[in-house]
Ligand binder design. Sequence first.
Ligand code: CUA
Length: 426
Amino acid sequence: MFRYLPEQASEIAPKIDWLNNLVTDLSVFFTVAIVGAMIYFAFKYKRTKKHQKGFTSPTDSHFLEVMWTVVPTLISCYILYYGIVYYRELRHVPANPIEINGIGKQWVWDFEYNTGKKTTNEITIPVNKPVKFILTSKDVLHSFFIPAMRVKSDVIPGHYTYVSFTPVKTGRYYTFCTEYCGKDHSAMLAKLNVVSQAEYDRWVNDLSESKLAEKLDLGELGAKLYEEKQCKSCHSLDGTRLVGPSWLKLFGKEEEFEDGTKIQVDENYLRTAILNPNAQIAMTYPKNVMPAYEGQLSEREISALITFIKEQDGKQKAISVKEEVVVDPSTLTPAQRGEMLYKSQTCNACHSIDGSKVVGPSWKGLYGHDGELVTGDKYVADDAYITESILNPNAKIVKGYAPSMPVIPLNDDQIKDIIEYMKTLK
Ligand code: CUA
């Protein structure tokens, strides 16, 4: 009866549900029994005639009194016992968990893995391995809740809390912020992907996204951060007033402060406004609303945001879209088409063409080169080996590299073009 609990996706979930269902069933049973008896007696012993004598009832019954004291006490002790046992199990962290640092802030969850992988509002973990989330908050109280795993913890500024569990099935789950924390509290959600160990290893060692960020120009990186860091929840790009000032034509504008001083918005002002926003609050805007980004952004990211703010001068579209130059591929040589693929398929995020080591081997001098695989076997980078590396990249990993390349779905002609391009990189 009353089984409305979410999917059981962690080791502890069935136990917690059993106890929860027991308490629910007992409550339903006693509610029905007590209220039922009350209604029944109310009718049965109703005084029908005006001067009818009431029924005489026994003044006391030791048997009944002992029963209604001892039975509920025993039931309560039973529930308390299992409550303590399961709570201890819930708070116990098994040996060698995967540790993930989580930071809650208005209104996103940031996560960082020990490999250096960073994510926002998304967590990937392997199935059947214990994980431990070490949680803290950047601003106000939040609460980290994963219903399918039956774990929940307050997330407190200046303090660490944790949740730990072992997922038992793969799938996509949700985590919620379950402590009211401001305007976008209800949107403070993170996706939780439980995947196989192999898939997790590939994902957690794949740092190509951060490498890719290094290749963006400052304005593009700023646009990316504007989305990712949720600047957009409070700052519009079209002049609309949200929580904070719009970024449209913000740079160079004169801002007035509460103490009457005025300042022209320049790089230094923006830098302070990002890192320590409550130092100077522009007139008519609320104080202590924006979280401080001190220590959360690299120098490059700060410059990127400032550049992006400068670009919002009203002369271009809010988010600039670079014009694509359309070229007819049939007019190009195979090597030229290969070079285009190298860029369009973002091979360049992980493979340099100048001999430097990024995530994967450089393509300079790669063709025809031989070496050793992680398995100790030898390989020669010929057409067959390169084709296999593109279609099934993690089958043969060169010594010293991580198995982190995604499968690139290219057709035979495209692969030939890439090989031709590699041949030009001597
Ligand atoms: Cu964070 Cu609610």
